[in-house]
Design a protein around this ligand. Structure first.
Ligand SMILES: Nc1nc2c(c(=O)[nH]1)N[C@H]1C(S)=C(S)[C@@H](COP(=O)(O)OP(=O)(O)OC[C@H]3O[C@@H](n4cnc5c(=O)[nH]c(N)nc54)[C@H](O)[C@@H]3O)O[C@H]1N2
Ligand SMILES: Nc1nc2c(c(=O)[nH]1)N[C@H]1C(S)=C(S)[C@@H](COP(=O)(O)OP(=O)(O)OC[C@H]3O[C@@H](n4cnc5c(=O)[nH]c(N)nc54)[C@H](O)[C@@H]3O)O[C@H]1N2
Ligand code: SF4
Ligand SMILES: [Mo]
Length: 763
């Protein structure tokens, strides 16, 4: 693996750490973090012990994928910094990014391919060679396909290398049952609503025009806990120059603490709040009249619909005082078109989420925000060719969080019955994306047709998909489960075959190509050789493909050949890309002016559809209506969950550095309720849900910062696998307690905020 080897001077090194040191947005100081990352094996002078090799990649600690520069000495990577040339890091990383080195050197990592020897779930395995692992896996999968058809194999994927499996392998192989949790358990309502309302998805990078934004409204998006690097940078910069901030959240989140207005909305009632804002804009004539006339359809229907939805009406439903609703609407309107509601990211909440997202976009349209400077710009994908391959057997299966390169968004073809997705009957819409949670059912019941094989790449199956017990039943029922992971996560104990992947610091990945204000392409190259017996995902997908009759899709011999072929289409190469600091930034077309006479809105009307004919024809509300959600029963709280600033989902709790910073979660409980219940701050409680599932113990944080009808915990803790030595048994698991979900009939999303819990004091 050839690499540009740079001799770094002492001065340059100090500059690099200073860039890293500018990270001051969340978590402890970077100095402490890097000292801790380095602590196990190095003295203070690692950078003098040999030549420092630099390599360019993207951080894989979360889907934001900030550009990094890794520093390696004598085959050991010591440090990662944000790549200053990368639009998504601008020379900085968040706390989790600083944990990347520690993630790679986690001693609990999977080290060799293994075949199951005990019962599923027991976690008893025997090491095998790669040859054996690949041959046996291909044989098992082919046998399943022979009996039940190619669609009986499901492919689940997420994290940095999922392209090779969910997008490439699954489409080449020809299974429509390929899914990412980042679609139906994360963004699908906002993507579907965006497509219905203004004709394109939000994309992986929310296109807020931060530089000019004057009023930002957040509906349950908690910037700060949601620690995406440049989102925090952009927020901090905009706030510093006086941007107004309005936050609706049942919890006084980090960002609520920085806001001008906090609206402690009753959970599940946001649509009423949004409709009341619309009512104020229209009745007080405080919307962008010209923009609405030129660029929207259905205004009269919207106007009639919200006529009675006054702030007083919404106050009864949301618990937010009418005057506060009116005042915040006026603040937004006073700043239009430099005012917008940021589309949330994890928006699968209550099962009616597409309609709530439509209401958000309608507010943005009335403010005239789309395509305007300081509002919401139009994302553009960078230009680059794919590696040439014969037409896929099936296309447009995975969709998902479009942050992933190569994600398709086409509608699944109405092909021969066998090719239709197993979740296909659940919703008429769901363009491109498969509802992952709906594929569990056919694994158990065989309806509408059997799914018998599962490849799970970088998905934390028992922590990300709701109803863990049902997932375990499915895993018991499958003929063959192949897990490709880096850690012995809980679901790995249920696999028949385990393949250990090299971490992102040890491998090439496909180019990172992202729709952005400035479309860009980033290199992902290894800093070090794969450790132990691990292999890169692209190699695993290819070797499996070659054994399963897919040679024609894997014509390239080496990954360098693959990457160079793509880069050639823009007159570049791996070598050139390295010389250009690992990133190529192209020019964007972010505003109306760049569209000339054509419309940027790819809806049937070519306008923003305030009223959706398409939804109405399918029997749904053409304009969003408020629907009440189920209330917690007596003695129960609604279970809310969200991000922790130094952890990503359920994958970093075991990372030595991040575990040290934050080993367990706590349970936010309203202080008044705590007192009433005789629970003190710091007490440990068990949490029991409506179905009798218990998780914990977890430390109570008794606080005024949350409403009395809900409790909150951060996601990803309470894991149960002794092989995860740091994470095992720490805190409580939101995932285990989410045994129910509400299916959104429009987008196929799994609403997770429909579970109720009571607290049991630990003896
Ligand atoms: N209960 C609950 N469920 C949720 C959420 C929640 O907040 N609460 N959030 C939802 C959201 S927004 C999302 S996007 C999804 C996220 O869902 P996931 O992506 O499944 O979440 P993670 O826990 O990050 O799991 C990543 C998995 O990839 C493995 N991994 C990490 N790096 C690599 C690598 O380089 N190669 C390979 N092969 N494996 C790797 C990890 O060990 C882990 O098993 O979860 C959704 N589900
Ligand atoms: N540190 C860190 N950052 C991350 C990630 C991570 O794992 N770790 N993951 C990334 C990913 S993939 C995603 S999808 C995003 C997710 O980030 P967000 O989209 O912000 O989603 P959540 O973390 O689920 O947000 C939970 C917030 O919604 C509030 N809430 C709960 N119920 C309601 C309600 O009914 N109404 C309103 N208005 N608010 C409510 C909660 O109190 C909480 O503050 O984070 C990204 N950033
Ligand atoms: S936001 Fe943080 S964890 Fe996510 S990619 Fe960027 S540095 Fe890594
Ligand atoms: Mo997500």
């Amino acid at each position: 693996m050839a690499k540009v080897e740079l001799q770094i001077t002492r001065r340059k090194f100090l500059q690099a750490t200073a860039a890293g040191g500018a990270f001051a947005l969340a978590g402890p100081g970077v100095g402490a973090l890097q000292a801790a990352a380095a602590a196990p094996t190095l003295g203070p002078t690692w950078f003098r012990e040999g030549e420092i090799k630099k390599s360019y990649s993207c951080c894989s600690m979360c889907p934001w994928s900030c550009g990094i520069i890794a520093s390696t000495v004598n085959g050991r990577v010591y440090k990662v910094d944000g790549n200053p040339a990368d639009p998504k890091s601008r020379g900085m990383l968040c706390g989790r990014g600083q944990g990347l080195v520690s993630f790679a050197y986690d001693p609990d990592r999977l080290q060799a391919p293994m075949v199951r020897t005990g019962e599923r779930g027991e976690g008893k395995f025997q090491e095998v060679t790669w040859e054996e692992a690949l041959d046996q896996s291909a044989e098992k999968l082919m046998a399943i396909a022979d009996q039940y058809g190619p669609e009986s194999i499901a492919v689940f994927g997420h994290t940095a290398g999922d392209f090779w499996f969910v997008d490439y392998f699954a489409q080449a192989w020809g299974t429509p049952n390929a899914a990412k949790p980042s679609a139906s358990i994360c963004t699908s309502p906002r993507e579907e609503a965006a497509t219905l309302t203004y004709g394109s998805g939000v994309g992986g990078h929310e296109p807020m025009d931060w530089e000019g934004l004057q009023c930002l409204t957040l509906i349950g998006s908690h910037i700060g806990e949601d620690a995406r690097n440049t989102v925090m940078q952009d927020f901090a910069n905009a706030r510093a120059r006086g941007m107004k901030v309005i936050v609706a959240d049942p919890r006084f989140s980090q960002v609520a603490a920085k806001a001008d207005y906090w609206l402690p909305v009753k959970p599940g009632t946001d649509t009423a709040l949004l409709l009341a804002w619309i009512n104020v804009f229209i009745t007080e004539q405080r919307y962008d009249v010209e923009y609405v006339a030129e660029w929207t359809t259905g205004f009269d229907k919207l106007k009639a619909h919200v006529a009675d939805m006054t702030p007083e009406w919404a106050a009864e439903i949301t618990d937010v005082p009418a005057e506060l609703i009116r005042e915040t609407a006026r603040v937004m309107a006073d700043n239009l078109p430099r005012a917008a509601i940021m589309p949330g990211r994890h928006v699968t909440w209550y099962g009616n989420d597409t309609q709530r997202m439509r209401a958000i976009y309608i507010v943005n349209a009335l403010l005239g925000a789309y395509g305007r400077e300081g509002g919401i710009y139009f994302n553009k994908s960078p230009y680059i060719e794919s590696y040439p391959h014969p037409p896929f057997t099936i296309t447009g299966t995975s969709g998902g969080c479009s942050a992933e390169p190569g994600a398709e968004s086409a509608t699944l073809p109405e092909g021969p019955t066998g090719k239709v997705r197993a979740d296909g009957g659940r919703t008429r819409f769901m363009r491109g994306a498969t509802a992952m949670q709906e594929l569990i059912e056919p694994m158990i019941s065989g309806e509408p047709y059997p799914i018998k094989g599962l490849i799970v790449y970088g998905v934390n199956l028992l922590n990300s998909v709701p109803d863990t017990e049902r997932t375990k039943e499915a895993l018991r029922n499958l003929d063959f489960v192949l897990a490709i992971d880096v850690l012995p996560q809980e679901h790995v104990a249920w696999a028949d075959m385990v393949m250990p992947e090299a971490t992102s610091l040890e491998r090439y990945d496909d180019l990172w190509t992202l729709p952005h204000k400035t479309p860009y392409i980033a290199l992902r190259e290894p800093a070090i050789e794969p450790m132990y017996e691990t292999k890169p995902g692209w190699w695993i997908a290819r070797e499996l493909g070659l054994r399963m009759g897919l040679e024609k899709y894997f014509q390239w011999e080496t990954i360098e050949e693959y990457l160079d072929a793509r880069l050639m289409s823009i007159g570049s190469s791996i070598e050139k890309l390295r010389e250009e600091d690992g990133v190529i930034v192209q020019k964007g077309k972010p505003y109306f002016e760049d569209y000339g006479d054509s419309s940027p809105f790819a809806t049937p009307s070519g306008k923003i559809e305030l009223y959706s004919e398409e939804l109405a024809l399918a029997g749904f509300d053409g304009v969003p209506a408020y629907e009440a959600v189920e209330e917690p029963p007596d003695g129960y709280f609604r279970l809310l969950y969200g991000r922790h600033p130094v952890h990503t989902f359920a994958k970093t709790q075991n990372t030595p550095l991040l575990n040290e910073l934050n080993p367990e979660n706590d349970l936010w409980l309203n202080a008044g309720m705590a007192e009433e219940m005789g629970i003190k701050n710091g007490d440990r409680v068990m949490v029991e849900n409506q179905d009798g599932i218990v998780s914990g113990p977890i430390v109570v944080k008794a606080t005024q910062r949350i409403r009395p009808d809900a409790v909150f915990m951060s996601h990803g803790f309470g894991q149960a696998d002794a092989r995860l030595t740091n994470a095992d048994g720490k805190g409580a698991s939101d995932a285990k307690l989410i045994s129910r979900y509400a299916m959104d009939p429009i987008c196929g999303g799994a609403g997770l905020r429909v579970n109720f819990v009571k607290l049991v004091k630990e003896a």
